[in-house]
Design a protein around this ligand. Structure first.
Ligand code: ATP
Ligand code: MG
Length: 414
């Protein structure tokens, strides 16, 4: 890859997370390449390459089973950025003919030099450039020293860089959790005061970031950091309120993150629907109650609460339908699982497994569901005859609604 570009007369470097992870003896998730070739020039050099993106035009080059992202050196947003007293960014080399209707140059299509590409990156450890010309790593911002000190340091003025792109707040927390690195004091200081800028980020981009935050195997640490830096409340406002005055809520979330991390370690599947259902459960429960007290029937109360919680949440972080629909089903099944007389049909439903896991999660967090999880565990393990027996004895000990009544009472009493 790098050789092909070099042979064609271009500069080419592996950059970003891959260099960082290799230097830390970790397996990189993916490879990013930076070059002075334009997207068209890159595309011309590879057989399986396509240009993607409108604002950020990059080239996806397929090599074997990997897709490598190749981006052309980009200029920093500002004309120059001071680094350690030295002005690195200089002239803009090439301006792509991309203008908005008003004639404004779309800054992301302004190509620059290697030095400019360095200073538009976020942290020093992400700005190491590996080249096969002499096999060296170029380090313009003391990234190696920070890598050794195991810390994240923002390139340039941290406050200004967070203001330019508040998602960098989430990236600092994510990388700190993932790598076990500290956030250097000046880089950490503006996070709390600026966290509210996250409200201005489009909800679709936040959804992408949430996936990266919670599905990289260190979601529990990430959650703690989001809390510590006062960021969580800008992502999940309703849940944050519940966390403040409800111990069970906090236990439930921590348990959900713990088991997500564990499943990732065990290479088991994880779905955002389940985790989001857990994160929003305390807020949902509260509304559910309010609705019950307004004399709504339980199913209606749950349905309405789910609607309201999701609507509020998606104004902040978009949740695609393919996740929000199963989320609602998991919640609505929390009313169906206690209706033991229907167990034979409930167990065949495609959402049963997730709903059952959710019951276990609630119990682990300290909700008293009168042994509902154990009942379902036994029922699943039983053969056909034993199931009949279990159902019969449930009927005789207070009918199939034993769990549903107590379950509901428990919810009310919280
Ligand atoms: P991961 O290993 O999780 O992929 P990464 O650092 O490679 O982490 P990417 O999202 O793949 O993260 O981004 C690749 C590189 O692009 C980063 O290392 C960084 O140099 C740069 N970058 C990404 N997002 C930003 C941003 N919001 N601001 C500045 N630079 C960024
Ligand atoms: Mg990466």
């Amino acid at each position: 890859m790098l050789y092909t570009l070099n042979d064609a007369g271009y500069q080419a470097y592996i950059v970003g997370g891959a260099v960082r992870d290799l230097l830390l003896d970790k397996l990189p998730k993916d490879f990013d390449v930076a070059t002075d070739a334009t997207p068209e020039q890159v595309k011309a050099e590879f057989r399986r390459a396509r240009i993607i993106g409108r604002r950020f035009r990059i080239v996806h080059v397929t090599m074997g089973r990997e897709i490598i992202e190749v981006s052309t050196f980009r200029a920093a947003n500002t004309d120059s950025v001071e680094i350690q007293g030295e002005t690195l960014a200089r002239s803009v080399k090439h301006i792509e003919s991309a203008h908005s209707n008003s004639g404004m140059i779309l800054r992301d299509n302004v190509y620059g030099t290697l030095e400019e590409d360095v200073v538009r990156r976020d942290f020093t450890i992400n700005a190491l450039y590996y080249t096969v010309r002499k096999f060296v790593v170029h380090d313009y911002v003391n990234g190696m020293a920070d890598l050794q000190a195991r810390q994240l340091r923002m390139i340039g003025d941290p406050e200004q860089r967070y203001r330019e792109d508040p998602v960098r707040i989430l990236r600092a927390i994510r990388l700190s959790a993932k790598l076990g690195f500290s956030i250097e004091a000046n880089t950490a200081a503006p996070i709390k005061p600026l966290a509210e800028l996250l409200e201005s980020i489009p909800s679709a981009r936040l959804f992408d970031e949430i996936l990266k935050l919670f599905f990289a195997g260190s979601s529990l640490i990430t959650f703690d950091l989001l809390h510590e830096y006062n960021v969580f409340k800008y992502l999940f406002p309703a849940s944050a309120v519940e966390l403040e005055n409800n111990d069970t809520a906090e236990k439930l979330l921590r348990q959900a993150f713990t088991s997500t991390d564990q499943r990732i370690r065990d290479l088991k599947s994880v779905t955002p629907a389940f985790l989001l259902a857990a994160i929003l459960w305390p807020a949902l429960q509260k509304l559910y109650f309010i609705n019950l007290n307004r004399k709504m029937p339980p199913i209606v109360a749950m349905h309405q609460a789910a609607q309201d919680v999701i609507n509020e949440q998606i104004s902040r972080i978009s949740i695609p339908k393919r996740f929000s629909i199963p989320m609602r089903e998991i919640w609505e099944f929390q009313l169906r699982l206690p209706r033991l007389s229907r167990a034979n049909s409930t167990i065949t439903h495609k959402r049963f497994r997730a709903a059952y896991d959710f019951v276990l999660l609630r119990e682990q967090a300290g909700e008293n569901l009168n042994g509902l999880g154990k009942w379902w565990t036994d029922f699943q393990e039983a053969d056909k005859n034993q199931r009949e027996h279990i159902l019969a004895s449930s009927r005789s000990s207070g009918g199939g609604s034993r769990h549903s009544k107590s379950g509901r009472r428990k919810v009310k009493s919280q």
